[in-house]
Ligand binder design. Structure first.
Ligand code: FPP
Length: 263
């Protein structure tokens, strides 16, 4: 994508425009993963039931999906429901599932228009049949899209994913000697996708919460105090600009000018 394409959706003279102009389109994170947190606190601040925070969070999802696609992000992964989230009150779980179904139904045309390929990562087979049906519809109808890959992590757990990958590798008959990190990653839910370069967490908590444990090995982590329902394009642009200022070393050392042959 290009700055012009992004600017087409941004009001001229706005803070968002200033941020957009700071983005280096040659150095975008290929994969952005987001832990959407703070919906409950957002609702509590307004004396509303927790589910109202989730409802409001859908607007943030829309904004972030569209902005990421316009930016030219290759893969966006949103953590919508963890394997641990079943411990929440049944009414809250039901509302989350209802919101998810509604999101897919209402947003499918936008996903198609933006050439976005929708996918689900997690143990989707354990979700209720009506949710699975809606998800499959979204996955099938966007399967041939060639733009951004949009993963929703649902009934997802990082440890569960590693166990599932190990089981699949064994079922595929991979010999122990043939198994290395690259081969193993072919059995993860995210097989074929780049690992996240940037992991964003909202609402200020400093935890990774069992999210993409294998894949975030070298991700840059950016935590914001902003609660998820308040997270918008400007926050995403801020995160990308901050990411681009980081010095990524992947466990090595920064090559010195001398080592590079500079005088
Ligand atoms: C964390 O906030 C958020 C969730 C557990 C769910 C996120 C889901 C949505 C935004 C809606 C559905 C998503 C999609 C992709 C359509 P929390 O409830 O843990 O907040 P708290 O820590 O303030 O209590």
């Amino acid at each position: 994508m290009s700055l012009e394409q992004l600017l087409a959706s941004i009001p001229p003279g706005s803070h968002d425009e200033t941020l957009a102009r700071q983005v280096n389109f040659e150095q975008l994170p290929a994969h952005v993963a987001i832990i959407m947190d703070g919906n409950g606190r957002w609702a509590a601040q307004r004396h509303l039931p927790r589910v109202e925070g989730h409802r409001a969070g859908i607007d943030s999802v829309r904004d972030v999906v569209e902005t990421s696609a316009r930016l030219g992000i290759e893969v966006l992964t949103l953590y919508a429901f963890s394997v641990e989230n079943w411990k929440r009150p049944r009414a809250e779980v039901n509302t989350l599932m209802m919101l998810l179904k509604r999101y897919i139904r209402l947003e499918l045309s936008t996903l198609l228009k933006n050439n976005i390929q929708f996918r689900v990562i997690g143990r989707a087979e354990e979700l209720s049949p009506d949710v699975q049906h809606e998800l499959e519809l979204g996955i099938r109808q966007t399967a041939t899209n060639t733009g951004m890959q949009f993963n929703i992590a649902l009934n997802y757990g990082g440890r569960a994913e590693i166990v599932d990958a190990a089981r699949r590798a064994i079922a595929a008959g991979v010999a122990a000697d043939d198994l290395d990190e690259r081969r193993f990653s072919d059995f993860l839910y995210t097989a074929g996708q780049p690992d996240p370069d940037l992991l964003i967490r909202t609402s200020g908590e400093m935890r990774v919460s069992n999210f993409l444990l294998w894949q975030i090995a070298y991700a840059e982590i950016w935590v914001t105090e902003t609660l998820w329902p308040d997270f918008r394009r400007r926050d995403l642009l801020e995160a990308v600009v901050a990411y681009q200022k980081r010095d990524r070393r992947y466990g090595g050392i920064k090559p010195s000018p001398v080592a590079l042959g500079a005088k």
